[in-house]
Unconditional design. Structure first.
Length: 126
């Protein structure tokens, strides 16, 4: 088994540069990065990126028993976008009920639509 050298500032900086160059959290991408760092495995790379607070998980909606594909985390991210705040800055909202979070999103969208209408701004057609 090959010896794995401990992480240091130089190797962390290199990892951050390589990861931020192409943010892709797929297993293959993490394995590819691991090869460049003493053959570390996918899990080791993910753990290091998480500890460096730069890991971006794939946004794949999980399905629940109810058949709904929208998770509270997805709804929270929509709220963060509507409020123009940093991603994951409202994680405490995940403790709220899904219905309340959806109501908050709808209220903000309605308020935004009213402000746009009052200012003569038309929404682009989809």
């Amino acid at each position: 088994m090959a010896t794995i050298t401990p992480w240091n500032e130089k190797s962390e900086a290199k990892l951050a540069e390589l990861y931020k160059g192409k943010v892709d959290s797929t297993a293959e991408r993490l394995k590819e990065l691991g090869k460049q760092f003493d053959g570390r495995n996918e899990r080791q790379m993910r753990c290091k990126l998480v500890s460096m607070k730069i890991y971006e998980p794939l946004d794949t909606p999980a399905t629940s028993g109810s058949g709904s594909t929208e998770r509270k985390a997805d709804i929270r991210r929509a709220l963060e976008t509507l409020l123009s705040v940093k991603r994951d800055s409202l994680t405490s909202l995940d403790k709220g009920s899904k219905a309340e979070l959806l109501a908050a999103v709808e209220a903000l969208k309605a308020k935004n639509d009213k402000i746009n209408a009052d200012n003569g701004i038309k929404e682009p057609q989809a």
